[in-house]
Each structure stands twice: as C-alpha cells, then as structure tokens.
Write a protein that binds this ligand. Structure first.
Ligand code: FE2
Ligand code: FE2
Length: 353
C-alpha cells in the first residue's frame, strides 16, 4: 500500500489500464485523489474486472453442461477447468485436483441460468406428479431464485415453462397449488411472496374458470409482479422498522423498474409488464406510481391478491401476520372506499374456501 501511494496518478492510471493492480485497492488509498477523468475510468475498469468472471455457486456446478467453468491461479489468471459439452463430474474423474472456487464468464451467465432453469423445470414436473407440495415449493424457490440473479430478457422467459407445468398439472391434481401455500412460510422473501401470490392467483383463476391462456397470463404476471424489487436496495426492503417518506418513495420505484425490465422481455403478453407497473394502483386513484383509475384487469387481480398475501404472510418484526378472515375484513374496507373491485373481492373470498 505504501509503495502504491508513491505512484503518480498518471502511473496509477496506466497500471489500472494494464490491470496489473486491482482498482478497488487503489480506491481505498486515502491519500489518492485522482483527477475526475481518471477516477471515472478507474470505476469503469473496476466494474469490468469484477464482472468478467463470476463465482459459480457450488450447488449449481453439476447442472452446467453447455457453458465453461474456470478456476483462478495464484497469479489471478482465469484458466479453463471444464470445457463446454462436459459435466463437472466427468471432469472430476479426469482431473485429480478440484479447485475450491469455480467461475463462469459473465457473458455465459444467461446461458447458465437457462441450463439450470431447464433442469429445475424437469424436476418440477416430477415433483408435481409425485404430489409432494414441499418438494414442489422447494424446486419453485430454486427456479425463481436462480432467475432473479439476473432478471432480464433471456432469463425471465424461462419461468414461462414453470407456469405451464403448474397450470397443466393443476387441471389434473387440484390440490397442488393450494398445498403450495400451506408449506414453507419461514424465510419470507420476495421469492416466497411471488410464488405465494402466483399460487393464490392460479387458485382464483381456476375458481372463476379462466381459459388456459388467461391462466398463463395471470400466473406469469403474478410470479413476476415484484421483479423490480431486485433493483431496490435489499436492506431497505427488509428494514425492521417503519420507513421514512423518502425510503418509501424509493420502494415505490419497484413498479417502474419492474415494468422497464419486463417490457424488454419476449413473453408475447403486454399484461405482464403492465401488471408490474400497475399492481399498486387503486381504482379511486390513490395508488402508485401514477395514481391512475383505469387499472388493467390483470393488475387489479394481482394487486388485490398481493395485498392479501402480504398481510397474511408478511411476518416482519414490527408487524405480525394476520389471519385470513381478519385480512379479508380489512381489505373489505378498501372495497367499500372503491379502491378494489367488489366483484373481484367476493370471487376471491369464495376461491379461498
Ligand atoms: Fe409490489
Ligand atoms: Fe408484491
């Protein structure tokens, strides 16, 4: 560190460009105040170095076949460990040494997620067929968690198959979706919340006898309604206290950020992005982000069920989960003040029976 302090900004800039030092280290040198241009370039270079290779999760290694895996040498160079077309097990039989950490290239990230989604979707079909709700939920959590590590076009579309599997199996085995809500209420998170909202929405869609096409749109819209939360500071989302107005305004942005992400995806249904945008809007114009009154039907359904799910399951330190009956009574007040549709409220209440 002492030696590095002796470098002039010019030399530091050259070192960073040549990647002979890690820029993050440079940025921590308290005496170093680079010119604005250099500072910006360092930040850009730092992002690039960090982003070129990403550490692969150990639990996911066995699923990668099409993409390559790399290890890092002591000289910080990345070297190929597993070429495309082979599994990690095959390589481990060939090579004696197993590196502690393996990496994938940033450019392979989406293809890696797609490989894992395919494996988990096959697993989901088996879990649903074996009528094991706990296993179904576990696999669903894995799929959604994996997808949300990089929520953008290329990865998000993979959950389309997930919803297909649930819808087609639901017509054969009606308890599968309802059972999803009974298990795993611990570790409440956006992932669990999104799966629960989807399960409730699909239960409602079946109760009102929607077509398969409508169910697919409703299921996907529900599962992805809060995808914009991946672009909000996680500490803010889980803060165990009441939020300030400024913090709450930041959280409200998840609707717009979700819309931006989903409108770039190739789902073929515009309702999915619009639901992310409008699911906190209310029919009397008191919602957010735009205070509109002509809320799309899918967004009304998802928004209403989103409220119900959050109140019945959101077990935060400053607020306990409410019983279904108490929650329905509370939401009824919003129906009476024309925030939600009465027809929707009544049908949803019956769908819970
Ligand atoms: Fe939301
Ligand atoms: Fe939500």
């Amino acid at each position: 560190m002492l030696i590095l302090c002796l470098y002039t900004p010019f030399k530091l800039d050259a070192l960073v460009k040549n990647r002979t030092i890690v820029p993050y280290f440079v940025l921590r040198i308290s005496n170093f105040r680079p010119k604005k241009g250099i500072f910006e370039r360092i930040l850009i270079t730092r992002r690039k170095i960090v982003a070129d290779y990403i550490e692969a999760k150990k639990s996911r290694l066995k699923y990668y076949q099409k993409i390559s895996l790399y290890y890092q040498t002591k000289g910080r160079k990345f070297v190929l460990y597993k070429p495309p077309g082979k599994t990690i097990e095959e390589i481990r039989l060939e090579k004696e040494q197993v590196p502690g950490k393996l990496y994938i290239k940033q450019e392979d990230k989406i293809r890696g997620i797609q490989e894992i989604q395919k494996v988990f979707n096959r697993q989901l079909s088996e879990d649903v067929r074996s009528n094991n709700p706990e296993k179904v939920k576990e696999t669903l959590v894995n799929i959604v968690q994996e997808t949300l590590t990089e929520p953008r076009s290329g990865s998000l579309e993979g959950v389309s198959e997930t919803v297909n599997i649930l819808i087609s199996e639901y017509t054969k085995e009606t308890d599968v979706i309802k059972n999803l809500l009974i298990v795993s209420k611990q570790d409440y998170s956006t992932v669990i919340h999104s799966i629960n909202v989807m399960a409730l929405v699909l239960g409602y869609a079946t109760f009102i006898d929607c077509s398969l096409y409508e169910k697919k749109i409703l299921g996907l819209s529900a599962l992805l309604h809060d995808v914009g939360k991946t672009k909000i500071d996680a500490d803010l989302l889980t803060a165990p206290r009441k939020l300030t107005d400024e913090e709450f305004n930041e959280i409200k942005q998840h609707t717009i950020r979700g819309y931006d992400i989903l409108s770039k995806c190739n789902f073929g249904y515009k309702e999915i992005a619009l639901t992310a945008l409008q699911h906190h809007e209310k029919l009397d114009g008191s919602g957010y982000p735009h205070g509109i009154t002509n809320v799309k039907k899918t967004a009304q359904i998802v928004g209403f069920i989103d409220c119900y799910e959050a109140l019945t399951n959101d077990d935060r330190p400053y607020r306990n989960a409410m019983s279904p009956l108490k929650t329905l009574k509370l939401i009824k007040q919003d129906v009476e003040s024309d925030k939600f549709s009465r027809k929707l409220f009544e049908k949803f209440a019956y769908s819970l029976l």
